[in-house]
Design a protein around this ligand. Structure first.
Ligand code: GLC
Ligand code: CA
Length: 200
C-alpha cells in the first residue's frame, strides 16, 4: 500500500513538473491558446508526455487553472485590504467587536479560527489589523486549568508569547488574551467586546 502510494505521488509530482514546462493548457499564458506557441496536439509525438492519457492531461491543466484563479482572487483581496497573507496563513477581520465565544464561533463558521500569532512576523500581521481598526482584539489563546499557563485552542502550550510587561497577571480570573494596539498581549476576561480577527 505504502509503495503504491509513493509510486503514485512520484508519478503525479513528475507529471506536474514536466507539465509546468511542456503541457499547454487552454487559457493559461505560456500554455495552450497563446498564438505562436505549440498546441498540445502539436506537441504530440515529440514530447515525452505524448503517452499520457488525455484525461490526466486535462486534470493537470484544471489544477493549474484553479491555482492561477485562486492566486488572482488572493491578489484582489490583498490589494483591497480585505486579507493579509503571512506565510501560509490568511488573516481577515469582519470589523465586529464581540465577546470571546462569539468571535471564535464566527471564525469557525467561516472555516477558520481566531488569529493566533505563533511568531513575530504573524504577531506584526495581526497588529496591522488591530491598528487598522484601532481596537483591541481577542487572540486564539486561552488559559489552562493551571492558572498562569496559556495554551492554543487545541491545548498545546504556547511556543511564542508577546506579553505586555507584568502580564499575565489575572491568576485564573482572566482566561482570554487580548492584543493591545502596540502588539503586546494582556490576559483579560472573556466577556468583553473585542475586535474579531480570524486566520485561515
Ligand atoms: C489593567 C491591568 C491588566 C488587567 C486589566 C483588567 O489594565 O494592567 O493586567 O487585565 O486591568 O481590568
Ligand atoms: Ca491582565
Amino acid at each position: 500500500m505504502f509503495s503504491y502510494m509513493s509510486y503514485m505521488l512520484t508519478a503525479v509530482a513528475a507529471l506536474l513538473v514536466t507539465c509546468d514546462a511542456l503541457c499547454k493548457c487552454p487559457g493559461i499564458p505560456g500554455l495552450f491558446g497563446i498564438p505562436g506557441l505549440p498546441t498540445r496536439d502539436g506537441l504530440k509525438g515529440q514530447s515525452h508526455l505524448s503517452g499520457l492519457p488525455g484525461s490526466l492531461y486535462t486534470e493537470v491543466c484544471n489544477i493549474l487553472d484553479l491555482k492561477r484563479r485562486l492566486s488572482r482572487l488572493e491578489g484582489v483581496l490583498a490589494l483591497n485590504g480585505k486579507i493579509i497573507e503571512v506565510g501560509e496563513k490568511i488573516l481577515a477581520s469582519n470589523g465586529k467587536e464581540v465577546d470571546f465565544p462569539s468571535a471564535l464561533e464566527s471564525c469557525e463558521e467561516a472555516g477558520g479560527t481566531l488569529a493566533t500569532p505563533t511568531n513575530e512576523e504573524e504577531n506584526k500581521a495581526v497588529l496591522g489589523i488591530v491598528k487598522q481598526y484601532n481596537r483591541y482584539a481577542y487572540l486564539g489563546i486561552k488559559e489552562s486549568e493551571t492558572s498562569g499557563q496559556f495554551m492554543y485552542m487545541n491545548g498545546i502550550p504556547l511556543n511564542y508569547t508577546k506579553w505586555h510587561p507584568h502580564e499575565p497577571n489575572g491568576k485564573g480570573s482572566e482566561k482570554c488574551v487580548e492584543m493591545y494596539t502596540d502588539g503586546t498581549w494582556n490576559d483579560r476576561r472573556c466577556n468583553l467586546y473585542r475586535l474579531t480577527i480570524c486566520e485561515f
